[in-house]
Design a protein around this ligand. Structure first.
Ligand code: ATP
Ligand code: ATP
Ligand code: MG
Ligand code: MG
Ligand code: MG
Ligand code: MG
Length: 267
């Protein structure tokens, strides 16, 4: 169809190539999951099967896109990080975002029956939105991850206290909301402990902190005795490693704490 009289319409397309040499984070989020969790009667505040389903769909996305180095998820959201030197789709934002969103959604729907065999999906089906953001420095990327993890913590402490008041304190949702309005973290911890004997610290790690998927690999081209060079000496050594490739990447690993070591030492 080259040079047809219609060809000019291509010039209406806007370029969306993302800045070179920056970490690209694509964050997806479930659309209207407050409704969806009610429709399928998710266990509140945390349905373990629903979280496992999110994690398995995210793992599938990482397997299909080897340029992804790390992913972090909680609730109905997941953040996927492309390596700084990623050139997939010429770094076009719309291509990267839509590929992640559609791959994730396909696996989420495909795997649904494994986690909810008694609850077949009916329309409207689960869907996700997505956006791509560039982070220029390693510390910006770390802060991004910390931002999402703090969000998880704040929401989970609130939700845990709220649902404890409703489920064990026989309060109505409005009453529980009123009780929590104006409270700080220490107040919520105290309500849980003094009134219900719940030590928030003992809640499962994946509820409190979310889940991290990372590619565990041996950076074969970099001598481990001298892992930083003059140009990247100021960077975080974890992020300064070359991108893993299929040939020497190990299976994906899962963790709940962003401080876990993400690289194995070379043997
Ligand atoms: P939007 O379309 O704007 O994202 P939303 O209803 O999805 O709207 P979110 O802010 O994304 O709003 O909130 C997600 C909702 O889904 C929260 O209420 C959260 O508690 C709930 N949720 C997500 N995952 C789980 C889970 N595993 N178990 C129980 N509830 C969950
Ligand atoms: P990219 O990821 O870059 O889009 P692609 O392999 O999907 O790569 P396209 O240019 O999108 O490349 O081409 C789609 C291919 O799928 C074509 O080869 C087309 O002939 C084939 N195809 C699509 N739909 C059908 C169909 N219904 N029957 C037979 N072949 C099809
Ligand atoms: Mg949203
Ligand atoms: Mg949502
Ligand atoms: Mg959300
Ligand atoms: Mg195609």
């Amino acid at each position: 169809m080259a040079n047809s009289k219609y060809e000019y319409v291509r010039s209406f397309e806007q370029p969306d190539i993302l800045l070179s040499n920056t970490w690209i984070v694509v964050r997806i989020d479930g659309r209207g999951f407050s409704k969806l969790t009610t429709k399928y009667k998710f266990v509140k505040p945390n349905d373990r099967d629903a979280l496992d389903l999110m994690n398995e769909a995210a793992e599938a996305v990482m397997r299909e896109l080897p340029d992804l180095v790390i992913a972090y998820g909680n609730s109905d959201e997941y953040s996927f990080v492309f390596h700084k030197d990623c050139m997939l789709f010429e770094r076009r934002a719309s291509k990267l975002t839509t590929t992640i969103v559609s791959t994730f959604t396909s696996y989420y729907v495909f795997l649904w029956s494994k986690y909810f065999p008694q609850k077949p999906l009916t329309p409207p089906l689960p869907s996700f939105d997505g956006r791509a953001v560039c982070y220029p420095s390693d510390s910006n990327l770390r802060d991004y991850m910390s931002w999402r993890q703090v969000d998880c913590h704040i929401n989970n402490l609130y939700n845990t206290t709220f649902w404890t008041l409703v489920q064990q304190g026989s309060m109505g949702p409005q009453q529980a909301e009123q009780r929590l309005s104006g409270t700080v973290s220490a107040d919520k911890n105290e309500i849980l402990f003094k009134e219900f004997g719940i030590n928030y610290n003992n809640e499962p790690e994946c509820f409190k902190k979310g889940t991290i998927l990372y590619r565990d690999f041996f950076p074969v081209n970099v001598p481990q005795s001298n892992p930083t060079t003059a140009t990247n000496a100021t960077e975080d050594p974890i992020f300064a490693q070359p991108r893993p490739t299929r040939t020497h990447s190990k299976p994906l690993s899962q963790a709940n704490d962003l401080t876990v070591p993400r690289l194995q030492e070379s043997p």
